[in-house]
Design a protein around this ligand. Structure first.
Ligand SMILES: [Zn+2]
Length: 92
């Protein structure tokens, strides 16, 4: 399945939900695979890209978030309208 996710991310950037639908797995499973891909892909000709989650209300960007999971709410304005992070894999 990890290979399937990797192939899927070679196309356009996708959210955890989109990936989970594409490979028919739970979002929790997908996150575990993403965390592994992020580690295993570095320095092997591909790059795992994360475009960070962003608050739709005030534009706050969750840059320093280490976990790949979608944040629950914005620390600045407390809005729960948060764009999900997007993942993709780029070849060097
Ligand atoms: Zn906000």
């Amino acid at each position: 399945m990890r290979q399937e996710i990797r192939t899927f991310l070679g196309g356009s950037p996708a959210t955890t939900r989109e990936i989970s639908q594409a490979v028919r797995a739970s979002e929790k499973e997908v996150l575990e695979h993403l965390e592994h891909l992020e580690k295993s892909l570095s320095g092997k000709g591909s790059k795992f890209m994360v475009s960070p989650a962003e608050c739709e209300k005030c534009g706050f960007v969750f840059q320093k978030r280490k976990r790949l999971k979608k944040p629950g709410r914005c620390p600045l304005c407390r809005s729960t309208a948060v764009c999900e992070p997007l993942f993709s894999v780029r070849q060097h």
